[in-house]
Design a protein around this ligand. Structure first.
Ligand code: ADP
Ligand code: MG
Length: 319
């Protein structure tokens, strides 16, 4: 199968972990091991998030405040280079006989998107309330929101409409044997003004961009890998159940958090509604198991009884 695998930026640098190169490298190695196993039997297109990394670069900007800061599109491009390079290297180490290629990717957005006046995409490290208040004083243009028990900077996250490199990506994929890394951080956000491309101050949600990519390259499956084993019906509640298999309509009947699980379920549902065979959401260590329906949450158009859950024993064991 042709599989788009979308990896979480927060899974690459987990909340509360130091935003350090060695930590990121170790998490990328773990993910690459899992993706190399998947790539034994499937053609993989890998996309990844960049929330923690792009926010860190924005903070590094502050250290050289004599000049205008680099805008978010330029920072997004930097994260594609850095994360793409690390993934490519780790994937090559796990599968030295295979071809791996990273493609810098631009994603078109509508400059009138309402997201520009309502920033909601978390970027950078987490802060205490007091740190957040100090940062807001120093950077009056920033917006900060609560992310669970922490606080984080938020930036506009417009809807992706088109991936500009699509024809070139199709060309690469027609070879059938190249593992392609692209669409990092949802793609570098750009707009077209009077026919000319310009960067945009935003960070696109990588789950939404991966849905557009998966649809437009005609992928069979979309896997969204993160730091939880499956989608929980009521995350954090003792009565919650882990979903094994469900239809998009059934998934829609639960309310999932806007800043985290919500966009994943929205993308996974959308891909199946657009005609994709299946979507999977689960742990970045279980890519090969999720595609077989042996782990994670699978979303398909046709499911017996509309939904099936993992048993409480499987849940307790983290299956
Ligand atoms: P990523 O960087 O992988 O996109 P996110 O933090 O955006 O990571 O999303 C994954 C997080 O979503 C999990 O770590 C978990 O805390 C949270 N989450 C919220 N709702 C749910 C749910 N219903 N089931 C599982 N995880 C959930
Ligand atoms: Mg996310």
């Amino acid at each position: 199968m042709l599989v788009v695998v979308a990896l979480g930026g927060n899974a690459i640098l987990q909340r509360g972990e130091p935003l350090e190169c060695s930590v990121q490298r170790e998490n990328i190695r773990t993910a690459a091991r899992s993706i190399a196993k998947l790539a034994e039997n499937h053609q993989v297109v890998l996309t990844h998030g960049n929330g923690p990394q792009v926010g860190l670069l924005a903070l590094m900007n502050e250290a050289y405040s004599d000049v205008a800061p680099y805008p978010l599109d330029a920072l997004g491009a930097q994260t594609q280079g850095m994360i793409g390079f690390m993934f490519e290297q780790e994937l090559r180490n796990f599968m030295p006989d295979r071809k791996v290629c990273t493609v810098s990717t631009q994603t078109l957005v509508d400059p009138q998107d309402p997201a520009f006046s309502d920033p909601d995409k978390f970027v950078g490290p987490v802060y205490s309330k007091q740190q957040a208040e100090e940062l807001l004083k120093k950077n009056p243009g920033w917006a900060i929101k609560a992310d669970g028990k922490y606080f984080r900077r938020v930036v506009p996250s417009p809807m992706p409409s088109e991936i500009l490199e699509l024809p070139s990506l199709r060309h690469l994929l027609s070879s059938g044997d190249i593992t392609v890394i692209c669409g990092g951080g949802g793609g570098i956000p750009v707009k077209r003004i009077n026919g000319k491309l310009e960067g945009v101050e935003a960070v696109i949600d990588k789950d939404r961009a991966s849905r557009v990519l998966a649809r437009d390259i005609g992928a069979d499956a979309l896997l969204i890998l993160t730091d939880v084993a499956a989608v929980a019906t009521q995350y954090g509640d003792p009565a919650s159940q882990d979903i094994r298999l469900a239809t998009p309509d059934k998934m829609d009947s639960f309310g999932f958090s806007a800043g985290s699980m919500g966009p994943k379920v929205e993308a996974a549902n959308g891909f199946v509604r657009d005609g994709g065979k299946l979507s999977g959401i689960g742990s970045l260590e279980q890519a090969a198991e999720i595609i077989e329906g042996l782990a994670g949450t699978t979303i398909k158009a046709e499911v017996e009884n509309e939904i099936q859950y993992y048993s409480s024993i499987e849940q307790a064991a983290g299956f």
